[in-house]
Design a protein around this ligand. Structure first.
Ligand code: GLU
Length: 444
């Protein structure tokens, strides 16, 4: 595997700035949306994508922002802010999760919606891209408050979503219980309106229309990608060591499933602290601990280390599975790994990535690596629409087919355009979108 920067890189950067300017976007290099769209425009330049497509994809179709009041347990009212961004629906209904986080902003949601368009295209599911969220810290609210917040948010966006139009799902801070409340609220409102609620949301509890394998799906996809890509880097999953940043749904499942392949997890970090054990940390045991205590801090079967020691821990694979923009220049300089497998969305900044490239560290890009979640969301939706229930074995097998194909498309694009894997993944995703636009044309 090579990590070559494309020869046209400089020209591509200049041209990206032109498009950003044309669609009225800031060219602030620290802005997340500018960064994510900038990487896509870099690929677009290298593959000579027509300008009209670059313009269309540089901005989302719809940006919806809502404010809604909710009664707290104390009897007082609070006003909440919610979002749904619908980036593109050329390949199918908008699709993407809902983030519940105290620090969620429109730009984050736009970036994540954009990434969903790219991810769905690359992994070959018939969806466009969307994302939403509520500016709320779920940890600070009781279950009853969260239920009212989630149901009221659903009512606020009910006219903007739908089983054939825009299908939300879980993301950071949201879970299957939240999805159940959304499905129930939407169903209730739709019955009044006479619509068929159907599969309006994925990531639901198994007992209420969810799919087997959905909860672990993103982690499963990360490991499927590693199993597919590591041999090219002369690494074997069964003898690999790895560290994980973020031990929520994606981090813990990636850890558990990679460990089942024989790999050894030696360092973990989350918002509560950094831990290490060179003999190995059992991912199942740590997940149970985190479930109880809320974080990795204080885990007695590992040593507490500093942030610097965490990043400098020598491993084969580093899995960032937390939030965006966490691998900036200092972290990229400290990392002591051969491969970064992006379990989170957009964890590496362009400046961080340039350092990783210089240091010969391969990055398995998020739109490939973490596409397992939306792929199994698609299977859930298909099951809902056809009144079927698939066995776990079938879900895992079909997921693996999608991941292996997406990895193959990325490899082919890298050969064709002689570029790094992120640019290649975008190019493969853009090729599919280009074909769709060429076939359907632009109305009127
Ligand atoms: N939130 C997940 C993602 O970023 C899953 C989205 C979905 O299942 O629709 O890929």
């Amino acid at each position: 595997m090579t990590t070559m920067t494309a020869p046209k890189a400089h020209a591509a950067e200049q041209s990206s700035n032109g498009i950003l300017h044309d669609v009225g976007l800031p060219d602030d290099p620290n802005n997340l949306y500018t960064q994510t769209v900038g990487s896509m425009l870099h690929a677009a330049e290298i593959m000579d994508l027509p300008r009209y497509l670059r313009l269309i994809l540089a901005q989302p179709k719809n940006e919806i922002m809502v404010h809604f009041p909710v009664k707290m347990d104390s009897g007082k009212y609070e006003l909440f802010k919610g979002y749904r961004v619908q980036h593109n629906n050329a390949l199918g209904p908008y699709k993407g999760g809902l983030r519940f986080h105290h620090d969620v902003h429109l730009d984050d949601v736009k970036s994540l919606a954009f990434l969903m368009t790219m991810k769905c295209s690359l992994v070959g599911v018939p969806y466009g891209g969307g994302k939403g969220g509520i500016k709320v810290d779920p940890r600070k609210h009781s279950a009853t408050e969260m239920e009212r917040i989630v149901r009221r948010f659903t009512a606020a966006i009910a006219h903007q979503i739908g089983p054939d139009y825009d299908i939300p799902a879980p993301d950071v801070g949201s879970n299957s219980q939240h999805m159940a409340w959304i499905a129930d609220t939407y169903t209730f409102l739709s019955e009044i309106g006479g619509h068929n609620p159907g599969a309006v949301i994925t990531g639901k509890p198994i007992e209420y229309g969810g799919s087997l394998g959905r909860e672990k799906a993103t982690g499963q996809g990360v490991v499927d990608t590693l199993v597919e890509m590591l041999p090219e880097l002369k690494l074997k999953p069964e003898t690999s060591t790895f560290s994980v940043l973020g031990f929520g749904n994606v981090g813990s499942w990636s850890g558990k499933i990679f460990q089942d392949k024989g790999a050894k997890m030696t360092a973990v970090a989350d918002h509560t602290g950094f831990i290490r054990n060179d003999k190995g940390i059992d991912a199942n045991d740590l997940a149970a601990y985190v479930h109880q205590k809320g974080g990795v801090a204080g885990y007695s079967k590992a040593t507490t280390i500093s942030k610097e020691e965490f990043y400098k821990t020598q491993v084969d694979v580093f899995i960032p599975a937390a939030l965006e923009q966490m691998i900036q220049e200092p972290e990229a300089n400290m990392l002591n790994c051969k491969v970064v497998a992006e379990g989170a969305n957009a964890p590496t900044t362009p400046a961080g990535e340039r350092i990783l490239q210089k240091r010969g560290i391969e990055v398995l890009p998020a739109i490939l690596c973490n596409a397992g979640g939306v792929t199994v969301s698609y299977f859930e939706w298909v099951q809902n629409k056809t009144f079927q229930t698939w066995e776990l074995e079938r879900v895992d097998r079909e997921l693996n087919k999608h991941m292996v194909k997406a990895a193959g498309r990325t490899r082919d694009a890298r050969r064709k355009y002689n570029c790094d894997l992120r640019t290649a993944a975008y190019a493969a995703a853009l090729e599919r979108l280009q074909k769709a636009y060429e076939a359907r044309g632009i109305f009127p």
